[in-house]
Design a protein. Structure first.
Length: 304
């Protein structure tokens, strides 16, 4: 790698979800870069290291990689170095990793969490990095975990809370609403038949939270619309194929959504999905759900 001469300060990580802990790393990187007259930059990965290291099925990120890079830049990173994490890369010793990293620029500083591990077999820690910093001429900052509701913010915690239907708590860890993004596809139009048309989202690349009914917001043309989302298998309808599907009903929106990509912000988990004795009973419950959604304020909604 041809070494660049511009001075940089790096923060390193997967940044899965860019939660409040990640955001603290970015802010400290910006502060240190300003002090050292350097460019604040991020080193991250196109793939999830856990997937590569264990051979387990691909892990859906809490935020798409493109959205992650965009978020990091909006937060103040001047450049995002997104590299392919491979088995060969994982075999680098801590010093080999640092030597490789110095090829990204004139490395003046590195900012990581105090529990940061790196190098073959995760043998390098914060102390190792500080020692290598002394050798290679860069300073190291190790940050304590950011605590939310008394516990450290982490991607694992956000995933668990989402899987448990604890959407509001997950959003506090993330520092913003969790997002599902997908293209609107044609469905069986079950919602339209009962008076509540829905947009059926293709959510193949998303981490899906707990099945159930959610209060949401959808932004279209610079305006937020309240929305209800059902994630599940629609057990009330006998002639459905009951595959898992995210269906979104936008309130007071009357345009066509087919073919559009929707970004759906999950605000709260209202209730589990259930089988109703009849479509009429389902309609009565949907009306109650929409009344609950009406009470959720959208003013000041932070989405990025």
């Amino acid at each position: 790698m041809k070494k660049k001469s511009n001075p940089i300060v790096l923060t390193i990580g997967v940044f899965d979800g860019v939660h409040l802990g990640h955001q603290a790393l970015i802010q400290e990187t910006i502060r240190l870069a300003k002090k050292l007259k350097a460019s604040p930059e991020v080193l991250t990965f196109k793939d999830h290291p856990a997937h590569i290291l264990t051979g387990a099925p691909s892990i859906p990120f809490l935020l798409s990689r493109l959205e992650t890079y965009s978020f990091l830049k909006k937060a103040g990173a001047k450049r995002v170095h997104a590299i392919r994490f491979t088995k060969a890369f994982s075999q680098k010793t801590p010093e080999q990793f640092v030597g490789w990293m110095t090829g990204l620029g004139k490395l003046k500083g590195v900012v990581v969490g105090e529990n940061f591990r790196f190098g073959q077999g995760a043998q390098g820690d914060l102390g190792t990095l500080q020692s290598l910093g002394g050798k290679y001429g860069f300073v190291v900052r190790g940050l304590k975990p950011v605590k939310v509701l008394g516990k450290p913010a982490s991607s694992t915690r956000a995933r668990r809370l989402l899987a448990e239907g604890k959407t509001r708590e997950a959003n506090q860890v993330l520092g913003r609403p969790y997002v599902l993004e997908g293209k609107v596809a044609h469905g069986k139009k079950m919602g339209r038949k009962i008076g509540f048309p829905t947009a059926n989202l293709k959510t193949d690349k998303n981490f899906l939270p707990k099945d159930g009914v959610y209060a949401c917001a959808v932004k279209i043309g610079g305006k937020f619309y309240r929305a209800g989302m059902n994630l599940g298998k629609r057990p009330t309808f006998k002639d459905d194929d009951h595959h898992r599907q995210a269906e979104v009903h936008l309130m007071r929106y009357y345009g066509s959504l087919y073919g559009k990509t929707l970004t759906v912000y999950l605000l709260d988990y209202l209730r589990p999905e259930k089988k109703f004795p009849s479509p009429k009973a389902l309609v009565a419950q949907i009306k109650k759900d929409l009344k609950a959604i009406e009470r959720i304020p959208l003013r000041g909604l932070r989405v990025g």
